[in-house]
Design a protein around this ligand. Structure first.
Ligand SMILES: Cc1cc2nc3c(=O)[nH]c(=O)nc-3n(C[C@H](O)[C@H](O)[C@H](O)COP(=O)(O)OP(=O)(O)OC[C@H]3O[C@@H](n4cnc5c(N)ncnc54)[C@H](O)[C@@H]3O)c2cc1C
Length: 324
């Protein structure tokens, strides 16, 4: 069966959900092999085997950690030349997209970024689906040149576990990284403080605030914390400097797919919807009954978000205290 390379998205070995999605997708195309940039000691092969990886290529050079994206692109190009995979799947993170673009140039291959689905067509070619113009259109493409390279948007697919009994084989791969690729180095890292909330992209509940917060996210955060949710923001709130860009939900922000999405003081612009439309249940709180978000919402509250969220928080806290 043809080999599909899947670049593992991880933090010090802790594999992110995006990797499970990529492996699920890769299984439809062929036999997935994980590409793990990092220390072999950090690799937990079982996490990859669970979603069908049969092989893990471990690339340990310090350059992958200490430099920007060029060493990773070089190493992947070398792997593609050696193993001749049928496709390469990469997470649609800013880093993943840059690595993918460099890899496409190095291998003279076709590239599709931000795909929401990848399948193999009857013609044997790799076909991708993308949602474009803020989700207004869905396009399909087939990659006909070189080794198809695809970056897959997080939260696009439902992950499916594989037979965990099938063993995974780990192989350390050494690639000579050029001095040119080592030129741009990371000179300092500042860890983001632990905010005690789930990661926005993976959260099962997201409470977002928009321009309607007027810049005061206290009620949004308190409601999120009582639900164990992540906090998101609309671009209007981010552009106003009320919330950091890392929390922006939408076309030019994070794509979320939680069980529950609460949009408070958000009108429901198409670019915002593009980042949360696959949420299972949407609750909107907005003082304007005509706000477009109500067209998408499963439940809506027409009113001022502050008293609504404060009352909801108090009610949930009280019920919890009463053991309900
Ligand atoms: C290329 C491009 C990319 C973009 N990418 C993104 C993106 O990734 N994410 C994104 O979010 N936007 C994005 N936008 C911006 C988008 O078009 C909207 O401008 C933005 O989403 C509006 O944010 P908002 O809903 O918070 O603000 P508004 O549209 O101003 O809506 C505020 C809402 O709050 C309500 N409200 C006001 N006060 C209260 C109150 N006290 N209680 C309850 N409700 C209240 C109002 O009735 C209104 O519906 C993008 C735009 C472009 C052109």
């Amino acid at each position: 069966m043809s080999e599909i390379l899947v670049v593992v998205d991880h933090a010090d070995g802790a594999v992110r959900t995006t990797t499970a999605e990529l492996l699920t997708c890769a299984r439809r195309l062929g036999e997935p092999s994980a590409v793990f940039f990092g220390a072999a000691a950090d690799l937990t092969p079982g996490q990859l085997a669970e979603y069908g990886a049969r092989k893990a290529y471990v690339l340990e050079d310090a350059a992958y950690r200490d430099c920007l994206v060029a060493p990773k692109a070089e190493a992947l190009a070398q792997l593609v030349a050696d193993r001749r995979p049928a496709a390469v799947l990469i997470p649609s993170t800013p880093e993943g997209k840059e690595v993918a673009a460099r890899l496409a140039i190095k291998t003279d291959s076709g590239l599709v970024t931000d795909a929401s689905d990848v399948v193999r067509g009857d013609d044997g070619a790799v076909h991708t689906t993308q949602s474009v113009f803020g989700g207004a259109f869905t396009t399909t493409a087939s990659i006909t040149k070189g080794t198809p390279i695809v970056t897959l948007k997080p939260n696009s697919l439902t992950t499916e576990g594989a037979d965990p009994a099938v063993p995974i084989e780990a192989e350390t791969v050494r690639v000579a990284v050029s001095d040119t690729a080592r030129a741009a180095r990371i000179i300092r890292r500042e860890p983001r403080g632990d905010i005690g909330r789930p990661d926005l992209a993976d959260a099962s509940i997201v409470v977002s605030g928009g321009r309607g917060t007027g810049g005061d996210f206290d009620a949004v955060e308190a409601f999120a914390d009582c639900l164990g949710a992540a906090v998101g923001a609309s671009r209007a709130a981010v552009d106003a400097g009320w919330y950091p860009h890392a929390f922006q939900v939408g076309q030019t922000g994070v794509t979320v797919s939680p069980q529950l999405y609460v949009a408070s003081g958000i009108s429901g612009a198409i670019q915002h919807i593009a980042g949360m439309r696959s949420s299972k249940i949407v609750v909107a709180v907005n003082k304007d009954a005509e706000a477009p978000i109500f067209g998408l919402a499963d439940f809506g509250v027409i009113g001022d978000l502050r008293p609504v969220l404060v009352q909801a928080t108090t009610e949930i806290d009280n019920r919890r205290a009463a053991g309900a």
